[in-house]
Ligand binder design. Structure first.
Ligand code: IPE
Ligand code: MG
Length: 232
């Protein structure tokens, strides 16, 4: 969700106003996902690197996050949305962490859709944590070194149990992944939307979905092989 700051600056507004307008977009996009038959959406709300921002902006983002969660709990529960978080929640202030943990608990049985919030998340940090866990298990003798395969690593990532993303959308025209789901994105299609996140409407989202639908996913195969025997 990139471009809140630039959207605000272009209108002479404070950056936090851009974040507020951006946060409001999330729930329309969730609705459109559910209506389009998409099962999971992960939003990159706060990266492990975003702590480098001015303290006022960081605090403002957390307050906004808490407020936007509270204001939309009923809407999420009405649509049977299950909430998950990836990232290091333990470093979050209690006023954000506690309501989030409560929302995760109370939505655990919801089936219609999974909303994953990446909060204080970084893909490299996630991989390091998984590798440390594997090293400990190998050292303890509970995991054989040659049993360390992709399934073993994947199941120790914070996204364990969540399917790899088929499509990654980054708004604001920036063309990079910025430490987001680096391993899980191995075969993801990536769309760089030219609008700032506060302008990312359902229509803009549908344009990205239309672009995705045109892509041919080959997973290393030739186009001829795919025509003979379609894969996943
Ligand atoms: C939102 O946009 C990203 C968040 C951390 C919430 P930005 O804050 O990155 O906006 P720009 O890139 O400065 O325009
Ligand atoms: Mg940015």
């Amino acid at each position: 969700m990139d471009g809140n700051g630039r959207w605000a600056a272009a209108r002479g507004l404070p950056r936090l106003e851009g974040h507020r307008r951006g946060a409001e977009r999330i729930f329309d996009i969730v609705d459109h996902c559910i209506d389009s038959g998409i099962g999971t959406l992960t939003i990159f709300a706060f990266s492990a690197e975003n702590w480098k921002r001015p303290l006022d902006e960081v605090n403002g983002l957390f307050k906004l996050g808490e407020w936007i969660l509270r204001a939309n709990l009923t809407r999420l529960s009405r649509r049977q949305v299950r909430l998950k978080v990836i990232g290091d929640l333990s470093a979050m202030p209690d006023f954000v962490r506690l309501p989030l943990e409560e929302a995760i608990r109370s939505s655990a049985s919801h089936q219609a859709f999974t909303l994953v919030v990446a909060l204080n998340y970084g893909a490299r940090q996630e991989v390091i944590q998984a590798v440390q866990q594997i090293a400990q298990e190998v050292a303890a003798g509970t995991l054989a070194p040659n049993a360390v395969d992709w399934a073993a690593l994947e199941s120790r990532l914070q996204t364990a149990g969540t399917p790899d993303p088929d499509l990654i959308i980054r708004t604001s025209g920036e063309c990079r992944l910025s430490n987001f789901l680096l391993l899980q994105s191995a075969y993801a299609e990536i769309v760089f939307a030219p609008v700032h996140w506060p302008e990312f409407t359902k229509e803009q989202f549908q344009l990205a979905l239309d672009e995705f639908a045109k892509r041919e996913r080959r997973y290393g195969q030739t186009p001829e092989q795919l025509q003979a025997k379609p894969t996943a």
